[in-house]
Design a protein. Structure first.
Length: 751
């Protein structure tokens, strides 16, 4: 199976997206197709042996739309959106101006005060034909501006796949045809036909919908601001060293292995490792942290971050689409283009909504015609039902909130890989954590040192000399500790490492062993036992068979982990720790962090088994947070997998959510953001459904027998446009969330 993501041109509403989706899913060889109206993109999984990309494009074309390839889409994204909005603005301004004049000409004679200012030569009683002709002249520019509604709407109708444009086209055409018929009657001498003109309804409906479309397009243009803000940070040029001399080239031309020179105030073009120099770099665009990060030789640096003080030279190691920035943008775009499970309900309804509404409009119009034998009255009902029921708001309710939510998450260091993860996260009731590198710093340090039978300096020299030959993280902790004490290691001979037990060798003529009590053939000292009960890992050292020292190595808990776990408890979420450590050490760490349940001595497959156990024991979703290769099976098994950004590529690829910062408080951020996004989606769906449920019966004349109330088509058009704008505006409220110092999301008023 291959996966293709492409832009679809010509879509205007949710029904359009449903039509394209239906056409693609009916094509042989297509396993699944999803179309997102907010991003105007289709994601297609297909079998290349059964269907080609050209055939997919033909299926889209047969449905009345256009499949746009990646290169063309990128160009259109670059220049098309602004041009499109500018064109929509011109059409909107023209239609609104002529619509206002048309409304004045048609309605002012019936409005007190305005009738006194009305030109006598236009009064329908005096000159009915001129009254009609002036309205036709004013309507023509509006029809030209709204011509797309007719081409798209009738085309979709003839294919038996009506959409929003079909509703507008049919309703305004009905008003126009009836008004032209009345104009013919005026020419034939029926002056009273001047009171049965609906030119202003057709014109004002189009003007209001064009106004709504413009406001909607401008609002939708804001939904991807977080992504565009990130992309704009990447510099256009880079300075590389060629033959030791600085040369300025396009950033896109930087190659792997190039030595890149960065001066104060410059942005980094690609990712890499510092080889010389010292500086501090603003990484807030990646991590959300405002404080600059000190960089020394050997430290990682990332493209689009901003150099602050010094100059550095670094080796380019990730370029193009492999940089951290490009991967973040790709993740966010994928998430914005995917569909949350809740979106499918809206898609199904929107797909059937338009033909259902057209049926309701016809039935309501016929009922009123047979009740009153008034064609004008039944025509008004027909037009009002069609106009007010446009399903635009319904189609925008979910994707706009998803785009804003994922963009907001990216801006704050939380990357949702897909919309389903964004939706599922708010159901989480149990969070399972890996220990090392997730809850703890992942960098062991010596916390205690006890010398026995030999001077401290001698024991430290023997330990550091032997450990420097080992690559074990605990060994590095001992070597670093000795270095801080000014101890210089000696050469080692006959070095040997026994996996899971310890190491041995000869240092300055002394046979030295470091490891477990069993490996050293000694019993566990009481002091070492006490250290283990404190959550520390005791390491024993012997010289010529005699125990001469005890090191206690600990992996300190991040202070942010304690804050995050406390916040999760306040949200009613149970916390669990999975670790390969022994029971005592694990329990001590869990007690310090405030974790509820501990599972110690876990292997990768047993971690996944524990997660399945939690999944079977409760209806709530289970989340796993980890950073290592050994966490990948658990991350995949969990309902929602969260990888910390400092983790391995395998862990990040296996996860549903990636935290850019190595900070567990962002687990809380992800859950809060999911809660707020889902609440926003539900609000949007409520208003979209509620608007149609209330609006259609009123437009159909349900209230007319009791209250004499009938919805004017122009008011219906205004309400329809307002509903779409209100849904998008409500989604944009997510942008007004701010991160406090404890990284917990709160909703604030926009100032």
């Amino acid at each position: 199976m291959e996966k293709l993501t492409c832009k679809i041109g010509g879509m205007m509403c949710a029904a359009c997206a449903a039509n394209v989706e239906r056409a693609l899913n009916k094509t042989e060889g297509v396993a699944q197709a999803q179309v997102n109206i907010a991003t105007e993109r289709a994601t297609i999984e297909f079998d290349p042996d059964k269907v080609t990309k050209d055939q997919l494009a033909q299926a889209v074309k047969a449905a009345g739309y256009e499949m746009i390839d990646r290169a063309k889409a990128a160009e259109l994204e670059r220049i098309g959106k602004q041009k499109e909005i500018a064109m929509q603005k011109r059409r909107m301004i023209i239609s609104v101006i002529f619509g206002a004049l048309l409304l004045y000409v048609a309605m002012a004679p019936m409005v007190p005060l305005l009738d006194r200012l009305y030109p006598p030569f236009l009064l329908p009683e005096n000159h009915p034909l001129l009254f009609a002709v002036v309205q036709i002249v004013l309507l023509i520019p509006i029809l030209i501006c709204g011509f797309g509604f007719y081409t798209r709407g009738f085309s979709a109708l003839f294919r038996l796949a009506p959409n929003m444009d079909s509703l507008v086209a049919v309703s305004t055409t009905a008003a126009l045809c009836y008004s032209l018929y009345s104009t013919v009657l005026i020419i034939l001498g029926d002056a009273h036909a001047a009171h049965r003109l609906y030119f202003e309804s057709a014109g004002v409906i189009i003007a209001l919908i064009l106004l709504g479309k413009f406001l909607e397009a401008r609002s939708r243009g804001k939904t991807g601001e977080a992504i565009r803000a990130l992309m704009s940070l990447a510099p256009k040029t880079a300075t590389v060293l060629r033959d030791g001399k600085p040369v300025t080239i396009d950033a896109a031309d930087v190659k792997l292995g190039d030595s890149v020179l960065i001066r104060p105030g410059e942005s980094l073009p690609v990712d890499g490792t510092v080889v010389s120099g010292q500086t501090s770099i603003d990484e807030s665009m990646l991590t959300g942290e405002s404080l600059p990060v000190e960089k020394l030789p050997g430290d990682r640096v990332y493209g689009a971050t901003v150099n602050q003080t010094g100059s550095i030279v670094y080796t380019a190691e990730r370029i193009g689409e492999d940089t951290a920035l490009a991967r973040i943008v790709q993740m966010v775009e994928n998430a914005a283009g995917s569909k949350a499970p809740i979106a499918h309900m809206a898609d199904v309804i929107a797909g059937w909504f338009t033909p259902a509404v057209m049926s309701i409009a016809v039935i309501a119009a016929l009922i009123w015609f047979f009740i009153q034998w008034d064609f004008a009255f039944s025509m008004q009902v027909f037009i009002s039902v069609l106009v007010i029921a446009c399903p635009c708001a319904l189609g925008l309710a979910t994707p706009t909130a998803i785009i804003v939510g994922t963009g907001k998450g990216a801006a704050n260091g939380v990357l949702f890989k897909n919309a389903a993860a964004l939706q599922q996260t708010h159901h989480i009731k149990t969070v399972l954590f890996d220990k090392t590198g997730t809850i703890t710093e992942g960098a062991p340090t010596v916390s205690d040192f006890i010398a026995r039978s030999l001077p401290e300096e001698t024991v430290l020299m023997l330990a550091a000399s032997l450990e420097q030959a080992s690559e074990h993280p605990l060994a590095q902790a001992v070597v670093s500790y000795a270095d801080t004490r000014g101890i210089h290691p000696q050469e080692v001979s006959e070095f040997k490492a026994v996996a899971g037990n310890g190491i041995e060798g000869i240092v300055d003529g002394t046979f030295v062993k470091i490891g477990t009590p069993a490996y050293l053939s000694v019993s566990m000292p009481a002091q070492a036992q006490a250290l283990a009960e404190q959550g520390k890992t005791p390491v024993l050292i012997s010289a010529d068979g005699i125990l001469c020292g005890i090191f206690a190595v600990t992996d300190p808990i991040k202070s942010t982990s304690i804050t995050a776990i406390h916040a999760l408890h306040n949200m009613g979420i149970r916390t669990v720790m999975l670790t390969g450590d022994n029971e005592k050490t694990a329990r001590a760490i869990a007690d310090q962090a405030g974790i509820d349940i501990v599972h110690a001595q876990m292997l990768p497959d047993t971690k996944a088994a524990v997660i399945k156990q939690y999944q079977s024991d409760q209806r709530h979703l289970v989340c796993m947070v980890g950073d290592g290769i050994n966490d990948a099976p658990a991350l995949t098994t969990a309902d929602v997998g969260i990888a910390v950004g400092s983790g391995t590529d395998v862990a990040i690829e296996s996860a549903d959510i990636v935290l850019v910062k190595n900070d567990l408080r962002d687990v809380v951020t992800a859950i809060r953001l999911s809660h707020m996004t889902m609440r926003n989606i539900k609000q949007n769906l409520f208003w979209a459904f509620g608007y149609n449920v209330l609006g259609i019966p009123i437009a159909a004349g349900v209230l007319y027998p009791v209250f004499g109330m009938l919805l004017n088509p122009m008011i219906a058009a205004a309400a329809m446009s307002l509903s779409s704008v209100s849904v998008v505006s409500n989604a944009l409220r997510l942008n007004y969330m701010k991160i406090k110092k404890d990284d917990l999301l709160v909703e604030t008023d926009h100032k």
